[in-house]
Design a protein around this ligand. Sequence first.
Ligand code: SAM
Length: 257
Amino acid sequence: MTEVVVVTGYDVLAEVYEWLISDAKLPPAEFAASFDDVLSLLPSNAHVLDCSCGTGQLAVGLAGRGMQVVATDASEAMVRRTSELSEEFGTSVRAVQASWEELPVHFEDATFDMVFCVGNSLHHAAGAAGRGAALESMSRLLRPGGHLVLTSRTWELVRSRGSRLDIWDRLVRRDGRDAVVVYRWEIAPRWEDEHHIEIAVAQVDASGLVLVRSELLSCWPYRYEELELELHRAGLRTEVSTFDLEAENYMVVASKI
Ligand SMILES: C[S@@+](CC[C@H](N)C(=O)[O-])C[C@H]1O[C@@H](n2cnc3c(N)ncnc32)[C@H](O)[C@@H]1O
């Protein structure tokens, strides 16, 4: 019998998440600016949802541009950190704890002009069925003609490298503290199997003490062509795709039919 361990995770990593975000995307305005092209599709004071908001940099950056922003995440700690960041920047992001499947319980259909699911989040949906349900929820919340913006790892590349340990070759400094970041990739034999990523952030304080926070996260990879089909099944038409088998990440923008 196969034992499936579903780790929703991120409540521990939420406390040290800024050590995992690149320098360039740490300021909320910069994170939002990385989506300038798609944001030009929006009406002024658009209603937008970031449905895997993490610590809230994108949501707060979008609110700083005058948009009506809702931020959701399955992790309670991530939602708390998003509210704190919003307060710190004087924006009014509405932060709600909700997994993708729960979104239709919280929001009416056709509420949003744009839904973001970015930063390597969708692979946490449990397999093809979980991914389909998640995309269906996101699609329901979009008004006709609205857009889903999704970014993803190129899993074709990740799987080809097999199980491994990635230790970042530089210290990451945040709030005056240095940390070493380690990713342990557990690549299962088959695409459809549950995979794991263990992420550890080892902070070194001024006295040389090391504090390690780590989490084992479950994920279910997908091929780009599967994702395209799944988007289509959820009533979304791909408008833009930066998919490239040789690039680490890609973005898909799909419109609600
Ligand atoms: C890698 S982080 C990305 C966070 C943020 N979007 C960013 O770019 O920094 C993945 C996020 O997805 C959230 N997540 C995982 N499973 C989820 C689910 N089923 N529903 C909603 N959010 C989920 C996690 O809690 C985490 O905040």
